[in-house]
Ligand binder design. Structure first.
Ligand code: HEC
Length: 247
């Protein structure tokens, strides 16, 4: 004899359960795919901090970019375009060839940040979730790396793009000055190897900036540099650590 527990469920209850489970699976499935792979993404929680850290330096009134992206109202009409630009990695603008050299002030989005921005647009670009505020949300928002702060004690030496050696000292970064649209690649010879250091393409005269090496180079450990460039009038201002003491 079957015990009370093992009895087959009443057919009506069983049918109700099937209907409920199916509905939940369909609704749940649709919900997850609209927000895949990172859950419910909102402007207030995830997107505003990323835009603040990665876009506003140019996308602010008077900035390099044609439109401001400082508030939800300003950003919302651009949601589709933003999705396209970040997926194609055209934004944030960064003229360095990715993977060639390593820079402390690289403002490229991480794959996770790209996934968040894409999921946000795909989910309808909401400002916030109903009945939630950034403070009542359960999971912590994604952490962004601390903004890069350039060293304060530096000196500079400007070299032409025909130079074969780095200036003496600890090389912290470069400020290239090329013809508009020009490109410059620098490889450095160290311990018998050529190392990729820097490759800038499609130079924009109005957007000249300093590229800070993540790992400074002691030029006494290098035996030379090789610079390849296009366009006339190519110079590089090398940023060096300030000399300390008497030396
Ligand atoms: C270094 C400056 C800079 C940064 C940082 C930057 N942008 Fe831009 N952005 C520009 C400029 C300049 C334009 C104008 C079009 C061009 O020159 O390509 C632009 C254009 C755009 C456009 C319009 C593209 C179109 O359809 O014509 C979008 C969308 C955009 N940016 C999104 C972003 C987002 C999102 C970020 C941050 C994740 C960002 N940008 C960071 C400089 C920048």
């Amino acid at each position: 004899m079957l015990s009370e527990k093992q009895k087959p469920p009443d057919l009506l209850i069983f049918c109700k359960w099937v209907v409920l489970a199916t509905t939940a699976a369909v609704v749940g499935g649709a919900y997850v795919s609209a927000h895949d792979p990172v859950g419910k993404v909102t402007w207030d929680r995830e997107i505003a901090p990323i835009v603040q850290a990665r876009c506003v330096s140019c996308h602010a009134p008077g900035g390099q970019a044609p439109m401001a992206l400082t508030t939800y109202e300003e950003v919302r009409p651009w949601a589709r375009a933003i999705r396209e630009e970040v997926l194609a990695r055209r934004m944030p603008k960064w003229h360095i060839v990715r993977g060639y050299g390593d820079f402390a002030n690289d403002r490229s989005l991480s794959p996770f940040e790209i996934a968040l921005m894409t999921a946000w647009v795909d989910g309808g670009a909401p400002r916030s979730l109903p009945n939630t505020s950034p403070r009542t949300a359960t999971a912590p928002p994604p952490r962004l790396p601390a903004p890069f702060v350039p060293p304060s004690k530096t000196r500079t030496a400007t070299i032409p793009c025909t130079a074969e050696r780095l200036p003496a000292g600890h090389v912290l970064g470069f400020t290239p000055m090329l013809a508009h649209g020009g490109s410059l690649r620098i490889d450095v010879a160290r311990a018998g190897f050529e190392e990729p250091l820097f490759w800038l393409r499609d130079f924009d005269v109005d957007a000249a900036e300093t590229y800070w090496l993540r790992t400074p180079i002691d030029s006494s450990e290098t035996s030379g540099i090789e610079m390849t460039f296009t366009g006339s009038d190519c110079r590089v201002t090398v940023i060096l650590a300030a000399r300390t003491g008497k030396s």
